[in-house]
Design a protein around this ligand. Structure first.
Ligand code: 3HC
Length: 362
């Protein structure tokens, strides 16, 4: 449930470790087929990992770049709502935990940008696309953190939703993304527990603290449900989203709706333990389905936020652009240092070569 038991060590991670790939490839050859991307199709059929140098259809590459970049941008923008609480967290212990958490998000962004770069795109280009709005980041980070309880609600609900969505990505068909997600999920599981613990303590505090925790849960519940993305099952399956193709390629393992339902089922029980009421009058156990029914999601709000009209879109992106501009000198200094190091290494190699050339043959 917390993302720590995500990988079965007995299941091979790479095609080379399994005979399934050869079998699938031999199968298509025996059938006299040799379609474009046959080796890719065989990997997908054998449920094995596609690696950066493997042949892959350009649409698969494009989908992964979009999803991994959006995910990386979300981690980096996601540092802002809680980052603003580092100096205001109520104790030294809370400050230390929050700093570690926000730092983890930066690290997740780095793993993910690196995974995206293995698909042949530069991180600088991805950041340009974030800054000029050609790529998205998660809707959830456009909401404000008004009180300390919001840090608890983010950890509990937002990181809880993130884990539910991201554990299956440890089995994504693209190797670098899947491997990055193993560490991300382990760290997210710590984030979720720290959010739960913040709320647990507030719920066992004063009336004002309990009210603050409830208010935060009220405001974050709906946006957390939207994190999973638009409906993509039943009639909505024909709605033109990416799920069907991404599942056929083994990028997504479950539909948005399935993951959202699992999240609701898990959170109802946790809310009960915390003593919080989830703000949905339609929440009720459905014996027939074996799941919790829940009320309609405000998709108009979701679309508004995606269009840039959420409570904090402008603030988030302008802060991000400013941080990027102010960090330009660091990037330039690092590039100049790397160039100097490379030039030194080349001249040292040349001197050694000259020395060897001047030595008389033995
Ligand atoms: N926020 C913004 N855009 C969203 C969205 C959301 N919550 N959910 C869906 N969308 C967008 C999609 O990008 C897609 O946009 P496009 O049509 O312009 O390409 C469109 O809505 C249709 O959605 P689909 O379901 O068809 O899109 P996907 O197949 O990409 O599924 C997803 C969406 C489930 C979010 C999937 O991309 C995914 O699993 N991504 C990886 C996880 C991720 O990015 N999580 C973000 C949160 S990270 C986080 O929370 C950090 C943690 O530390 C808190």
């Amino acid at each position: 449930m917390y993302g720590t038991e995500v990988i079965d060590p007995d299941v091979p991670l790479n095609a080379a470790e399994s005979a399934d790939y050869d079998a699938a490839l031999a199968g298509s050859a025996a059938a006299g087929e040799r379609p474009a991307h046959a080796s890719f199709d065989a990997l997908i059929e054998a449920d094995q990992r596609v690696e950066p140098r493997d042949d892959m259809p350009s649409a698969y590459r494009k989908t992964l770049i979009r999803q991994i970049a959006q995910h990386a941008h979300s981690e980096v923008i996601g540092m802002q709502p809680e980052g603003s609480w580092v100096t205001r967290a109520p104790s030294l212990r809370r400050k230390a935990i929050l700093i570690a958490k926000v730092q983890d998000e930066a690290g997740h962004g780095l793993y993910l940008y690196s995974a995206a770069e293995t698909l042949g795109i530069d991180r600088a280009e991805l950041l340009d696309m974030l800054h000029d709005g050609r790529q998205k980041y998660s809707s959830i980070f456009n909401y404000p953190t008004l009180t300390w309880a919001d840090c608890g609600a983010i950890g509990w609900l937002v990181d809880g939703a993130a884990i539910m969505n991201q554990v299956p990505l440890c089995r994504c068909s693209y190797g670098p993304y899947a491997r990055a997600m193993i560490r991300v999920c382990k760290e997210e599981s710590f984030h979720q527990r720290q959010g739960f613990e913040i709320l647990w303590n507030l719920m066992r505090g004063t009336d004002a603290q309990r009210a603050m925790a409830q208010d935060a849960a009220n405001r974050w519940w709906g946006p957390a449900l939207m994190m999973f993305g638009p409906h993509d099952t039943g009639d909505a399956a024909q709605g033109g989203g990416h799920t069907e193709q991404s599942m056929a390629w083994g990028i997504k393992r479950f539909s948005n709706d399935d993951l959202r339902q699992r999240f609701v089922d898990m959170m109802v029980l946790q809310a009960d333990r915390l003593g919080l009421t989830l703000p949905d009058p339609d929440l009720r156990w459905n014996e027939e389905r074996g799941h919790w029914d829940f009320g309609a999601i405000d998709w108009d709000e979701f679309r508004r936020v995606l269009k840039g009209d959420g409570p904090c879109n402008a603030e988030r992106i302008s802060h991000r652009r400013r941080a990027h501009d102010e960090g330009a000198w660091v990037r330039e200094a690092a590039t100049a240092y790397a160039a100097k190091q490379a030039a030194r290494a080349t001249s040292a190699t040349r001197s050694t070569d000259r020395l060897h050339a001047a030595e008389p043959a033995a």
